[in-house]
Design a protein around this ligand. Sequence first.
Ligand SMILES: [Zn+2]
Length: 359
Amino acid sequence: MTSFSDYLDAVPKVELHLHIAGAIRPETLDELAVINELRLPQPAAELYRFGDFYEFLDALRLAALALATPQDFRRVAYEGIEDLHRHGNVRHAELFFNPHYHMPSGIGYPEMVDGLIEGLEAAERDFGVSALLIACIDRSVCLPSEALQMLDWISQHPRQKVVGIGLGGAERAGPPLLWVEAWRQAARLGLRRTAHLCEDNQALFEAPPAHFTHCRDALGCDRLDHGYNLLADPTVTARAAAEGVPFTVACWSGMEFNRVPRRQRIRAMKEAGLTLVPCTDDPAIFGTNMGHCWRTLFADLGWGPAEARRFSLDGLAASWLPEAQKARLRAEFLASLDALEATLDPADHRLDLAVTRRA
Ligand SMILES: [Zn+2]
């Protein structure tokens, strides 16, 4: 018999919301900072402790500056996939990278993207995890003209693995309607589109439900990141549920005070009929991993194998893999879920939240 905790770890998963700059192991960040002569104010383990959402964004941008050569990008991409494989059995990942974060290190777009791809390909060979890339804009530090510049780089250096664009950072600094021209240009280039919205680390007026309408109707997003504040507007929530648009939710908030409320919002989103994909967001900085995220969520909300199966398959359906590859992986997921459920003790579907405090 498999314990429920081991079963949750083994459920096949996808990761659709992870920022590479937020997934650098602390020891790797310390090493790269020395090699590339970046002065960190504290060792990475301390840098990864912060007081609020805006301090976290500063730590994320600083960590990104430690990557300067294609080998650095290769290493963090490889290690990021290794961690997803080892902690939670992620089988496919779509990773955000922010080209503008790294430019001050002197690296160009094609060099960084080729380094990332090399790391992803090596990790796929070693761990059997497929991966795609999403070029991302941080609206707190980039202008809409820089999003268009990023799209120029993508079109001048096309790579099969770069399949979409995303929008992160503080919503108050760049609401969705500022990005219409860039997101339309991305559509013309055949790129998939997502955006962070309705994040509960910001006030409701900064990250309001209206952003859903803007992201869907004006930006053409077919998947969205976060979405917790959506619940403040039942009409918009009902529309999101009816359209089945997937939300990548980060189940372990970087802000300690927000962890319990965040999980309750995720529960409410599920009960409202929204399609959810549990993800890690910035696992190294937040001190979590995919297995830990799932165990904590399921322990706190009392969910069982039915929810696990649903998240597993909904996540895969929400991925931007080509349909044939998705169908192959779906068959593998179904076989694996059937086998896992057969070994699960039907009386043991509960986890003690106390055992999930640490990653
Ligand atoms: Zn994010």
